[in-house]
Design a protein around this ligand. Sequence first.
Ligand SMILES: *[C@@H]1O[C@H](CO)[C@@H](O)[C@H](O)[C@H]1NC(C)=O
Ligand SMILES: *[C@@H]1O[C@H](CO)[C@@H](O)[C@H](O)[C@H]1NC(C)=O
Ligand SMILES: *[C@@H]1O[C@H](CO)[C@@H](O)[C@H](O)[C@H]1NC(C)=O
Ligand SMILES: *[C@@H]1O[C@H](CO)[C@@H](O)[C@H](O)[C@H]1NC(C)=O
Ligand SMILES: *[C@@H]1O[C@H](CO)[C@@H](O)[C@H](O)[C@H]1NC(C)=O
Ligand SMILES: *[C@@H]1O[C@H](CO)[C@@H](O)[C@H](O)[C@H]1NC(C)=O
Ligand SMILES: *[C@@H]1O[C@H](CO)[C@@H](O)[C@H](O)[C@H]1NC(C)=O
Ligand SMILES: *[C@@H]1O[C@H](CO)[C@@H](O)[C@H](O)[C@H]1NC(C)=O
Ligand SMILES: *[C@@H]1O[C@H](CO)[C@@H](O)[C@H](O)[C@H]1NC(C)=O
Ligand SMILES: *[C@@H]1O[C@H](CO)[C@@H](O)[C@H](O)[C@H]1NC(C)=O
Ligand SMILES: *[C@@H]1O[C@H](CO)[C@@H](O)[C@H](O)[C@H]1NC(C)=O
Ligand SMILES: *[C@@H]1O[C@H](CO)[C@@H](O)[C@H](O)[C@H]1NC(C)=O
Length: 750
Amino acid sequence: MERIVFMSLIISLFLFLHAVEMVSFAFVHPLCSSHDSLALLHFKHSLSVTQTVHYRESSVPKMASWNSSMDCCRWKGVTCDIFTGHVIGLDLSNSILGGTIHPNSSLFQLHHLQTLDLSSNYFSGSHIPPSIGQLVNLAHLNLSYCYFRGRIPLEISYLSRLVSLDLSDERSLLQLNQFVFRMLFQNLTKLELLSLTPINISSSIPINVSSSLRYLDLAATNLHGDLPKSIFLLPNLETLRLSYNAHLTVSMPKFNWSSSHSLRELELSSTNIAGGLPSSLGTLKALKVVGFYYCNLAGPFPESIRNLSQITRLDLSYNHLEGEIPDAFSNAQKLTSLSLESNSFNGRFPSSLVNLTKLEMLSLRHNLFSGPLPVTANGLQNLVSLDVSSNSLNGSIPSWMASLPSLIYLLLKRNHFSGPLSLIQNNLKYLDLSSNNLSGEVEEEMFSSMQNLYLLDLSSNNLTGEVEAEMFSSMQNLYFLDLSRSGLSWSSNKDSTNTTIPHLRFLWLRFCHVKDFPDFLSNSKELWILDLSENEIHGQFPKWFGGLVALQSLNLSHNYLTSLDHLPWQTPVFVDLQTNSPSEPLPSSLCKLSYLTFLDLSYNNLSAEIPNCLVTSARLEILDLRANNFHGLLPNKFPKNSGLIHFSLSKNQLEGPIPTSLVNCTYLQVLDLGNNKIRDTFPTWLETLQELEILILESNRFYGPIVAFKTKSPFPSLSIFDLSGNSFTGSLPIEVLKGFKAMMNMNADK
Ligand SMILES: *[C@@H]1O[C@H](CO)[C@@H](O)[C@H](O)[C@H]1NC(C)=O
Ligand SMILES: *[C@@H]1O[C@H](CO)[C@@H](O)[C@H](O)[C@H]1NC(C)=O
Ligand SMILES: *[C@@H]1O[C@H](CO)[C@@H](O)[C@H](O)[C@H]1NC(C)=O
Ligand SMILES: *[C@@H]1O[C@H](CO)[C@@H](O)[C@H](O)[C@H]1NC(C)=O
Ligand SMILES: *[C@@H]1O[C@H](CO)[C@@H](O)[C@H](O)[C@H]1NC(C)=O
Ligand SMILES: *[C@@H]1O[C@H](CO)[C@@H](O)[C@H](O)[C@H]1NC(C)=O
Ligand SMILES: *[C@@H]1O[C@H](CO)[C@@H](O)[C@H](O)[C@H]1NC(C)=O
Ligand SMILES: *[C@@H]1O[C@H](CO)[C@@H](O)[C@H](O)[C@H]1NC(C)=O
Ligand SMILES: *[C@@H]1O[C@H](CO)[C@@H](O)[C@H](O)[C@H]1NC(C)=O
Ligand SMILES: *[C@@H]1O[C@H](CO)[C@@H](O)[C@H](O)[C@H]1NC(C)=O
Ligand SMILES: *[C@@H]1O[C@H](CO)[C@@H](O)[C@H](O)[C@H]1NC(C)=O
Ligand SMILES: *[C@@H]1O[C@H](CO)[C@@H](O)[C@H](O)[C@H]1NC(C)=O
């Protein structure tokens, strides 16, 4: 007995030592087949380390260390068969490689390769060579993010041992023809992973696919037809991504997916899900991710989703789902992201949501939810983003919102929330409470505590009290502030020249009882959009105003400005100055405008001739000069490339004929010349303006008969036409009326 034990000990020791020797032999002695070594070196020299690729931090030029004085099995990225010395694995992913791979590249002499990973390099211009078909032992091929272009060769379907094939690429320049696609499925019977997103395949999906498939990503590949049911019955399928195939129709199995209990991720967004969601979905116990965004789903909240206890992400947004969803999420304790946006769900806010401690993102936007929000919320400790905007929710803003430690986005706009606003939340970056019915004074502490805000929108509420620039000065990241019609008054009592909100780009203070230009804006070099309309600003633009070098849009309509000079004329695209009280004539600086597309100077009592520069600009699209004292002739300078769409001149003192160059304004939709002193015959020659919808000539000095039109379809878009209060003679020829096609097609409600 002892002897036997001893003997077996000896034998074990012998075997052990032998094994050690084998292993050290493998590491000490060069094993690399010289054929493979040479092939690799040739391959190295055929490529280049590129500078053009935007490589990541993790990029390593693995090939740099390859040289003939070292055994190739020890080169970076190379794996050898331990016994034969043949190269069986080559991982050159993310190696800053560039150049082209020729069909005769020595790479294709590595016949023993089982794994080839060239992903994340820059073979710009290379095709995938047909010689790839020679690597018949390949089990894993990764050519993703390689910037390959052109057709994927049929020869890739010779690789019948492939277990994984990844050809995905964010902006793929590859094409896969239908035949090769079918051959891939037919011949690669061991395939477990296939990713072809977003290659344009333009095919239907073949019925026969490898039963080993675990992971299938065909998102955005232009697939059409019906998804074969067999896909859902694949016994090992874990991930199915077919999103963004607008012409693909998916019908889920009505009964058992008995075999697909492994399914974890189901992404079908932007496909057509026919026949709705079957209740059988609830049997997929492992399901974690469901993406059914924009799938034409209708009917009530899919019952079956209640049973998905592993669900982490659920997106049902942009469908036609409706009805209440009570208690639907009580099992979904792992949910991190839920989007039900843009459906027609109604009833109360789903109260089972407030207990979900993992939830990070919740969007119920644009539904018909009503009633108050829950009074308490025990979970939601990880909520980062809450969007319930555009519903009919009411009641006050619950206090728990102020105590959610992770909340960054809070969007409650377009509801009926009322009561006072006392939300002190230090982490918030985006707070939109606009278009509600909030009332009372805003605690000053609220503003001073929210130092991280990027966006604050309180517009269209019923708040009271005064605010001033200083209150926002702690918000050094603020780029969007809208207090329009919030009820708050903007105080200019204190000098705010030393206050800065350095990154402010959008400031909307419509109807905020502003009495003076807010001085702190002189420091707002990034300001893009300024709306101070419907306020009580008197006098003229301050000197610093010309320094707003980034300003794109300015609305100062409905104020009491007495001068329109000192504007930053170079940059703005949109300028609305209607209804002010200028006592000076039109400033000549107006002609310095070079980017303007919208100019409204109406209701200003401006007395001047219309400067040429206003009509010669090709960029101007909307020009409203109504209700002033413009006199003299209209400049006859409308250029061939005029972009003018809307031209209103009514209630002025303009004389003379209509300038003939107006016919150059081929985009013109509205021409309003009413209530002037224009003396001319009927402008039949405007009949060629294809877009003209409104033509108003009323109360002028037009005269003479209205002659017949010259073209077959005169004024093809005209729907409003006013000639009253002129001295036209004769009768309106019947052909004239017959010609107005658009007027006859008007809807009853217009
Ligand atoms: C070969 O590479 C090794 C490792 O990078 C290096 O130590 C050696 O100097 C190189 N030899 C030659 C001849 O370049
Ligand atoms: C591969 O073909 C190119 C031209 O098509 C030629 O320049 C190159 O020498 C060939 N390389 C090998 C390894 O045969
Ligand atoms: C292929 O390579 C890319 C980039 O290196 C990687 O993200 C991806 O997971 C790889 N695919 C497979 C199937 O391993
Ligand atoms: C399928 O694979 C076999 C090898 O297993 C190969 O002989 C045949 O040519 C392949 N057929 C196609 C169409 O790729
Ligand atoms: C995809 O390919 C089909 C057929 O080859 C072609 O008609 C279609 O325009 C392509 N789509 C895109 C987005 O390239
Ligand atoms: C699918 O595979 C089965 C069995 O291998 C075969 O009989 C059938 O013809 C194939 N169908 C198609 C459409 O290729
Ligand atoms: C569902 O699958 C189970 C087990 O695979 C089977 O017993 C049952 O009959 C199936 N039910 C239906 C409706 O197909
Ligand atoms: C959900 O699970 C419950 C309990 O396990 C079961 O009774 C019910 O039929 C399931 N519903 C669906 C739609 O699968
Ligand atoms: C939330 O959890 C609390 C305590 O666990 C429980 O009392 C309450 O009923 C739950 N609320 C909902 C709506 O599920
Ligand atoms: C606004 O609040 C005042 C009280 O401050 C109230 O009288 C008024 O009705 C409210 N307006 C609206 C539209 O709710
Ligand atoms: C603004 O700062 C300047 C320079 O620091 C100082 O002289 C001036 O008094 C300050 N103005 C106000 C209103 O605080
Ligand atoms: C249209 O514009 C061109 C050049 O801008 C000008 O030469 C021409 O006279 C204009 N057409 C009419 C009818 O005035």
